[in-house]
Design a protein around this ligand. Structure first.
Ligand SMILES: O=C(O)CCC(=O)C(=O)O
Length: 268
């Protein structure tokens, strides 16, 4: 397990134009944020994490299922177990970048890896805000950090029209957006090492991975520090209400927690 902290994001501050773009569109893409050695290290972390066995009470692993076949879909609650990742997620570089987009001090809310391996499923159109509304929070920013290139064929993120803070769009019963077909969507292909920062109101979705290449990415989310640090509470609640597969009990229906903990996801 690496404890290096060499992973940095570039640039270290936003231009006024970038700040305006983020406010107008609800997201901004940074190309080439991680240099070659940082990307190599990030990839080795993901390879490490992927190899860790399922262990109740530790890192959380969820799978997609196709009959008896299961494919790794997601890992969460990683920081207590990985020093390098913890140092990076709490680094001043990342926190300051997010805080300046947020307009106030940001604090880490949660971290995960979405694997989207070949054949991995789609993410339905959704806003994050309704799923993140617990704990009295109103606004979050997430960084999608591309570990692999994200393309039209392996299910890159698509962004919908910006909504502005506080606007919650009409939803289907599963929390996905009922107006999805009337919206214009913009595909955001990424090179490995690119980062998209997006707010919790901008609609987004992604198609299945129809290629033979993985589309792995970190998703790191921050909330306003003024509204409290709840990361540990969030993962305790999630572990209780929507546990990873190895902590599930037969006969329990975990569907009730899906709108908060599994919104639009291919995990079943
Ligand atoms: O990984 C993706 O393509 C979408 C991620 C997402 O929106 C989510 O995990 O809620």
């Amino acid at each position: 397990m690496s404890s290096m902290t060499s992973i940095v994001s570039k640039p270290h501050s936003w231009t006024e134009q970038q700040q305006r773009d983020f406010q107008t569109r609800g997201y901004i893409r940074l190309r080439g944020s991680l240099d070659g050695s940082a990307l190599t290290e990030l990839r080795s972390w993901v390879d490490d994490l992927t190899s860790w066995p399922e262990m109740p009470g530790k890192w959380m692993k969820w799978f997609e299922r196709d009959g008896d076949k299961r494919t790794l879909c997601r890992m969460e609650d990683l920081l207590p177990h990985h020093e390098g990742l913890r140092d990076w997620c709490y680094s001043a570089t990342l926190t300051d970048l997010v805080s300046s987009l947020m307009g106030e001090k940001a604090v880490l809310f949660k971290e995960k890896i979405n694997f989207k391996l070949p054949g991995g499923g789609a993410y339905g159109a959704h806003q994050d805000a309704p799923a993140f509304a617990s704990y009295g929070h109103h606004y979050h920013i997430t960084a999608m950090v591309a570990v692999d290139p994200a393309t039209a064929t392996n299910g890159a993120l698509e962004m919908g029209p910006p909504c502005g803070r506080g606007t919650i769009l009409s939803q289907r019963s599963d929390g996905t957006l009922s107006g999805e077909d009337e919206m214009s969507w913009r595909l955001e292909p990424l090179d490995a090492g690119d980062i998209i920062f997006f707010d919790s109101y901008v609609p987004h979705r992604s198609h299945p991975n129809q290629s033979d290449r993985s589309r792995r990415a970190f998703f790191i989310t921050w909330n306003q520090a003024s509204l409290g640090e709840v990361r540990q509470q969030y993962f305790a609640d999630k572990r209780r209400l929507f546990p990873p597969e190895c902590e599930r009990q037969d006969g329990v229906d975990y569907g009730a927690a899906a709108a908060t903990f599994n919104l639009g996801n291919p995990i079943r």
